[in-house]
Structures are given as structure tokens and as C-alpha cells.
Design a protein around this ligand. Sequence first.
Ligand code: ATP
Length: 245
Amino acid sequence: MTDAAAPALAVEDLHVSYGPIKALKGCSLRVMPGEAVAVVGANGAGKTTLLRAICNMLPSQGTVRLDGEPVRKLPTHALVRRGVLHLPETRGVLAGQTVLENLRLGHDMQPAATRPERSFEAAVEEVFRIFPRLGERRHQKAGSMSGGEQQMLALSRAVVTPPRLLLIDEPSLGLSPLMVREAYRVLRGFRDRGMSILLVEQNVRAALRFAHRGYVLRQGSIVREGEAAALGADAELFSQYLGVA
Ligand code: ATP
């Protein structure tokens, strides 16, 4: 049973270890329905581990709830069925497949029950309207495209089958400033349509400009949380926790 007033995602006291390395030391956070939340932190803070643990891609301890329902023991594919889309740092595009083939796979992977009613063709039309460059490259193999174009293709998966909860790892990683702006333009579109989003980022300023709320992750622990605008204006936070001037 789901509870309409429950957070879209609630993580409580999540622990992950890699052998002797404690990568997450009891993290708790929540994403309310329609909320965009950023987890920011320096290199090695545990951001990627956090998203992978939420998706049950690695062993963890603690509680993860989707719409109020505990899901930590569910396999990753069961989370996909519940409308969770995880876009990893590596972007998860299939290098040997064309743009269109990648979009088709993303569409077909989504269970019919959670797929929007519109046709694949209509979804692709929307993708090419948002990303004209993907339209020009529809028959090109994804592996031969630039990092920015591959990021567009990754983000397109959330256009083809809009998730209930988007988990996105470092959308600005390796992108030019222009492409970072482009990626966030698209994410703002998702946010403004009411998608629940959890984003982890090293690009603290971009993430906090985008999100409603933020958490600061440091060495596996959440050390600060608050309204994103307030965190973004806190110079001490940047120097003390994030090592950014
Ligand atoms: P980055 O931004 O550099 O990707 P991150 O904040 O995403 O960093 P994680 O990749 O989650 O951080 O790593 C958290 C900690 O766990 C780091 O100390 C890292 O070295 C360690 N770690 C991550 N993956 C493994 C692994 N497979 N085996 C051992 N240690 C790991």
C-alpha cells in the first residue's frame, strides 16, 4: 500500500562498507513528491555509493522507502517497475547501438504498466524537439558521440518514459560549461513538471541552484541539510566541507 502523503523516497540510517572501508555511515534523507533534492560532496564522499545502495545494486543496511513502502530488499528491476530511473555517472548508454536503438531499448525496458500511453514514435518526437542534436544523429552509434551528446541521450530516457523518481549521478561530469547549462535546462524542465528528483553532484553551485533542498555529504555522513538557496549562499559551508573557495 502506498501513502499519498509519504515522501517519494525516504532513506534512513543507510550503511555501506567496501570491506574495511565505511563508505556510508548512517545516511538519512528524504525526497518529497515533486521535490528536487541535491546531495553535494567532494570526491569520494560517498555520492555514487548512496545512489547505488538506494537501487539495491550493492549490499547495504538501513531502510529505503518508496512512497512509504520499504524496498531495500527488492531487486533493482523491481524498482524500475515502480518507476525509479537511475542514471549512473557512466550514463548507461549502449555504445554499439544507435541513438534510436538506445531510445527504443529504454522504452521497452520500462514495464508496460508504467509506460505512458503515447507511442514510442511520439516520445521520440518529443526527445528530438528537446534535443535537436540527437535528431540529427539518430542513426549514429552512441559510442561515437561526444560526452555531452551521450548525456543528452541518457537524459532522454526520462523523456521517453518519465519516471516517478529520477536518481541522477553527476549530470555535469566531464561536460563543457555550455553542456552543463544544457543538462540543467533539461533537468529544470523535469523538475517543473513535478518529477521527484534526487541528484548527486560535485558541481555544488549548479546543483544547489537547481534543487529545492540540499544535503552535504562528507566522508559517508550527512553533515548539513537545508533549503538549497540557503546552503548555496553559505560561504563557510563551501570552505569547510566542500573545499571550494
Ligand atoms: P566521486 O565523485 O569521486 O565519484 P563519490 O562521492 O561518488 O566520489 P563513492 O564513489 O561513492 O564517492 O566512494 C565513496 C568511498 O568508497 C570512497 O572512499 C571510495 O574510494 C570507496 N569505494 C567506492 N567504490 C569502492 C569499491 N568498489 N571498492 C572499495 N572502495 C570503494
